[in-house]
Design a protein around this ligand. Structure first.
Ligand code: NAD
Length: 337
C-alpha cells in the first residue's frame, strides 16, 4: 500500500484525497490544511488524519474543536508520496520540505514547469515520470488538450493545432473572481500560456492557443482546430476517441447543449460533487474538412486532473505501467461514461 499525503486541501486536494481512498493500492496518510474552515471540518468527518500546514496556526484547530494528528512535516515524513495541492506558487516554496524528507512529490499545473523533474499527463507521457523524484500534473486545460492530441498525433500526426480556450472566470467557491459582466481576451497577447504548457508534454508539437475569460463557473470550453498530417474522416476520429476512457463523446440525442446540462447529467449520474473527470466532446461537432479536424469540448476544471494525480503516484513509485494504472484508476473511481 502506497501511503499518500495531500498538502493543501482545497478544490483539487479534497478530490485527490477522496480518489486516493478509493484506490486498492493506496492509503491516505493524511491531509494538511492551513486553517480550520469547513473543508477541515469535513475532512475530519470523513476520518482523514488532519495536519496543520502552518505550525504557528496549529492551535487554531483545537480552538475550533478539530483534533489534529500533527504538523505538516510529520505528514511529509510518514508519506511515500506527497501530492501538493496548494495555490499556485506555494508548491515551489514547499519543495525544500519534501526534499528534506526525501519524499517524492507531485505538484499541480499552477506551478512553473521547472518545479518538478517532469510535466505529466497519463495518456501522453506516463513513462517519463517512472522513478522520477517529482512530477507536475499539468493544468486542467493542458490535461484536456493532451488527452485528445496524444491519440491524434499517434494515429494521424499533428501538423498544427489551433485552440481557443473560453475559460470560466472562477470556480464556484471562488467568490472573489470575475468577470461578472464582461468577455475578456485573457491574456490579450498570443499565444496564451496554454500552448507552451502543452509543449511541456509534447515538445515538438506545433500549437497556438488563444485564451478568453467569461462570467461562468462551471467548466471551460475549447474550440479546437487540428490540421492533421494524414487524411481522416469524422467517423474515424469518433472511433479513435471511443477507445479512450477519459474522452466522453456527448451523443446528439442526449440533448446536452452546454456546461449547465453536463453538470446536471453528472449530478443525476451520482458523480461525487458533480465531477466530470473526462473531456466532454460534442460528438456532432467533430468535423473533418480535408485534413482539418474541428471540435468543441468542455473541461471540468475542478476534477479532470484528479485521475492524473492518482496515475502520477503510481508512476513515481514505479508500481504500475500506464495502461495498468489508468485502468485501476478508472475502476476505482468510476472514470468513463
Ligand atoms: P484552492 O485555493 O481551492 O486550494 C488550495 C488549498 O491550499 C486551500 O485550502 C488553501 O487554504 C491551502 N493552502 C494555502 N497555503 C498553503 C500552505 N502553505 N500549505 C498547505 N496548504 C495551503 O486551490 P486549487 O484550485 O485546489 O488549486 C491548487 C493547485 O491546482 C494550483 O496549482 C492550481 O493552479 C491547480 N489547479 C487548479 C484547478 C482549478 O480549476 N481549481 C484545476 C487544475 C489545476
Amino acid at each position: 500500500m502506497t501511503q499518500v499525503g495531500v498538502n493543501g486541501y482545497g478544490t483539487i486536494g479534497k478530490r485527490v484525497a477522496d480518489a486516493v481512498t478509493a484506490q486498492p493500492d493506496m492509503e491516505l496518510a493524511g491531509v494538511a490544511k492551513t486553517r480550520p474552515n469547513f473543508e477541515a471540518e469535513t475532512a475530519t468527518r470523513k476520518g482523514y488524519p488532519l495536519y496543520a500546514a502552518v505550525p504557528e496556526r496549529a492551535d487554531q484547530f483545537g480552538e475550533a474543536g478539530l483534533d489534529i494528528a500533527g504538523e505538516v512535516d510529520e505528514l511529509v515524513a510518514a508519506a511515500d508520496v506527497i501530492v501538493d495541492c496548494t495555490p499556485s506558487g506555494i508548491g515551489a516554496e514547499n519543495r525544500s520540505l519534501y526534499r528534506e524528507h526525501d519524499t517524492p512529490a507531485i505538484f499541480q499545473g499552477g506551478e512553473d514547469a521547472d518545479v518538478a523533474d517532469v510535466s505529466f499527463n497519463a495518456r501522453a507521457n506516463y513513462e517519463n515520470a517512472v522513478g522520477a523524484d517529482s512530477a507536475r500534473v499539468v493544468s486542467c486545460n493542458t490535461t484536456g488538450l493532451s488527452r485528445i492530441l496524444a491519440p491524434l498525433d499517434e494515429t494521424y500526426g499533428v501538423e498544427k493545432a489551433r485552440v481557443t480556450l473560453v475559460r470560466r472566470g472562477g470556480d464556484p467557491g471562488q467568490t472573489g473572481r470575475g468577470p461578472i459582466d464582461d468577455i475578456l481576451p485573457d491574456p490579450v497577447t498570443i499565444p496564451s500560456h496554454h500552448g507552451p504548457d502543452v509543449n511541456t508534454i509534447f515538445p515538438d508539437l506545433n500549437i497556438d492557443t488563444l485564451g478568453m475569460k467569461v462570467p461562468a463557473t462551471l467548466m471551460h470550453t475549447h474550440s479546437v482546430n487540428v490540421t492533421l498530417e494524414s487524411d481522416a474522416t469524422a467517423a474515424a476520429v469518433r472511433d479513435l476517441f471511443a477507445d479512450e476512457t477519459r474522452l466522453f463523446q456527448i451523443p446528439a440525442d442526449a440533448d446536452i447543449d452546454g456546461a449547465g446540462k453536463l453538470k446536471e447529467f453528472a449530478h443525476d449520474a451520482g458523480r461525487p460533487r458533480g465531477d466530470l473527470w473526462e473531456n466532454c466532446i460534442w460528438s456532432e461537432s467533430i468535423t473533418v474538412e480535408e485534413r482539418d479536424l474541428y471540435l468543441f469540448q468542455a473541461i471540468h476544471q475542478e476534477s479532470d486532473v484528479v485521475p492524473e494525480n492518482i496515475d502520477a503516484v503510481r508512476a513515481l513509485t514505479g508500481t504500475a505501467d500506464a495502461a495498468e494504472s489508468m485502468a485501476t484508476t478508472a475502476d476505482a473511481m468510476g472514470v468513463g461514461i
